[in-house]
Design a binder for this molecule. Structure first.
Ligand code: NFH
Ligand code: ZN
Ligand code: ZN
Length: 163
């Protein structure tokens, strides 16, 4: 779910930085790095946005794998259930994206596909809300069968309405 009620509606810049903090042990680090980069590039290709990886603490979007109580008001729930969450655009926690490390994260069809989930979460981090269209990446339930291009026309229209 997204917590945009806590943040603004959009970023006021087109170049956004992200930093990966705590990793999952389900995947090699460089696999996580490339899946996260691919999930951002899904949105970059469909909009005027650019994403730059940073190793400093003041990155706009902090990406982390955490479990249960992890320092915000939205503790995770163990295996299954909620897979991840992201805060809407804004300073501090704004844009930050957390993945529930109680899930089994994969790059394929088993477990939870990190690319699919990350692309959904980054949609929230950019200011998008859920869609009632099952073909949309922003549909509220997970489907591992999403096609490689991930975005529906509706998603492209919505991100361009914002940026
Ligand atoms: C398998 N479990 C689900 O399908 C769960 N859905 C999620 O964890 C959403 C993320 C998916 C769509 C990647 C939560 N969300 O909206 C984050 O922004 C439940 C529908 C059970 C809540
Ligand atoms: Zn969501
Ligand atoms: Zn969190």
């Amino acid at each position: 779910e997204e917590y945009s009620h806590l943040q603004g509606t959009r970023w006021n810049k087109n170049i956004l930085t992200y930093r990966i903090g705590r990793y999952t042990r389900d995947l090699h680090r460089n696999t996580v790095d490339s899946l996260v980069e691919s999930a951002f590039s899904v949105w970059a290709r469909a909009s005027s946005l650019t994403f730059v990886r940073s190793h400093t603490r003041n990155a706009d979007i902090m990406v982390e794998f955490v479990t249960y109580e992890h320092g915000d008001l939205y503790p995770f729930d163990g295996p299954r259930g909620t897979l991840a969450h992201a805060f809407g655009p804004g300073p501090g926690v704004g844009g930050d994206t957390h993945f529930d490390d109680a899930e089994y994260w994969t790059a394929g069809e088993t477990g939870m596909n990190l690319l699919v989930v990350a692309a959904h979460e980054f949609g929230h981090a950019l200011g998008l809300k859920h869609s009632r269209n099952p073909d949309s990446l922003m549909y509220p339930t997970y489907r591992s069968s999403r096609s490689a291009n991930l975005l529906s026309i509706e998603d492209v229209v919505n991100i361009n309405a914002l940026y």
